[in-house]
Write a protein that binds this ligand. Sequence first.
Ligand code: SF4
Length: 155
Amino acid sequence: MNSELQDMKLVSACLLGIKCAWDGKDRYKNKKVIELLKNEILIPVCPEQLGGLKTPRVFQEIQKGTGDDVLDGRSRVKNKAGEDVTRQFIRGAKEALKIAKQYGIKEFIAKSKSPSCGCDLIYDGSFSDKLIKGDGVTAALFKRNAIKVITENDI
Ligand code: SF4
């Protein structure tokens, strides 16, 4: 593998200015993420779109659990309207993992607190801005596959 490929990373697409977030906006707030492009190849992915969810979409949270619980069938992901989107979240995580494996990616720069991308802290499922320890569904699947996950706040 050449040095260029070794520097490739996956990034939550919303952090790079793609308007893929649930509200149809981006999350381009940390300019340090874009500055990484000077030295690294960043591949944008949005697991929720890869899972088949439309944009904009109703806000979603993992219910009483973490991404690991969703992957193990102990928790569901629902949107604020009460619709179950667990299948789309798992599908999106698997599609994102497929991209990571195809490119030999070892690190994912993830949008914090997201039920898909979030790492170490996510919303608790009550739709009241409360946080709990845990990963989003994609972050959890990546960690199970030895891919390092950090957030935009760690750069
Ligand atoms: S799934 Fe990830 S990339 Fe897509 S909007 Fe949510 S945080 Fe951003």
